[in-house]
Write a protein that binds this ligand. Sequence first.
Ligand SMILES: *[C@@H]1O[C@H](CO)[C@@H](O)[C@H](O)[C@H]1NC(C)=O
Ligand SMILES: *[C@@H]1O[C@H](CO)[C@@H](O)[C@H](O)[C@H]1NC(C)=O
Length: 267
Amino acid sequence: MRSLVKLQYMLAGVAAARECGVATYTAEQVIPSTAIMDGLTPPVVVGDASNLLSPPVLDLGGVWWIRYQPLDDSERGDLSWENPAVKLYAHGAFEELMTFADASSNSSTLPAEIGLAYNRMHHWAYTDTFNSYAGRIFNAADEVDTPIHMTFGNATHGMLRATSPDDQWLITKLDKDRWRRDTVFAADGPVGGARVSYILTRVVREDGSPHPTYFEAFTSYMGARQLRVHATDNVCLRRCGAWAPELTCQVPQLCDMWCELSGTWCA
Ligand SMILES: *[C@@H]1O[C@H](CO)[C@@H](O)[C@H](O)[C@H]1NC(C)=O
Ligand SMILES: *[C@@H]1O[C@H](CO)[C@@H](O)[C@H](O)[C@H]1NC(C)=O
């Protein structure tokens, strides 16, 4: 009964909560000033001096593209772009952007261990492809604060804590705006020493401006695809929003109501 009364208030637009679980953005709105002009919270927090705790020498500011496509021949090399499994994954456009903003660090100098709570709202961007949509539904309830651990021994080489201790997850600086992320699978595992790589590429600079070449490359790669991000840390709203992101952002009362009624299931 209490729920029903509350529900009426919600439908009347009186309830305070107006968060939407999963928000949709155009690629252009990754530039914070563009999003703000459109009346939106920027999709991904830009890493800058106000929120970067990692050693400044690593220069991890801005917004980074999880890029599985070579931009020119110089990038083909021994990367795994042509591996059919990698191509399939890239084709699904599951995830596209990340930020190092707000990542914890045990030190402001090297060596340092960084804890990246990538699942927090506005810290990782997915897309509106079917793969990514299904992934939102599947992952919406993931622990919001569980970090990825990264250790940097020097300014060019780091190591992530792999989900399987036999695999190696490496991050290597290529130049100011590109880091290579290699995953090397265990030699005696099912894919016997295979390596899968992507290039983390800075598309927005620390001051919020578009990178002079990589931002354009990113928007043209995105084409008509849109970005999807978790716009709240409330797991129930995320779960709800994952099913119908556009609708539940336009009518956030739907998720308020659903979370209210399904309370224990969502807790
Ligand atoms: C931070 O972590 C790194 C890697 O584990 C370690 O080598 C370093 O001593 C730590 N620094 C501090 C100040 O605890
Ligand atoms: C940085 O660390 C890596 C891995 O430990 C090492 O191979 C590389 O030589 C180091 N680079 C410098 C400049 O010390």
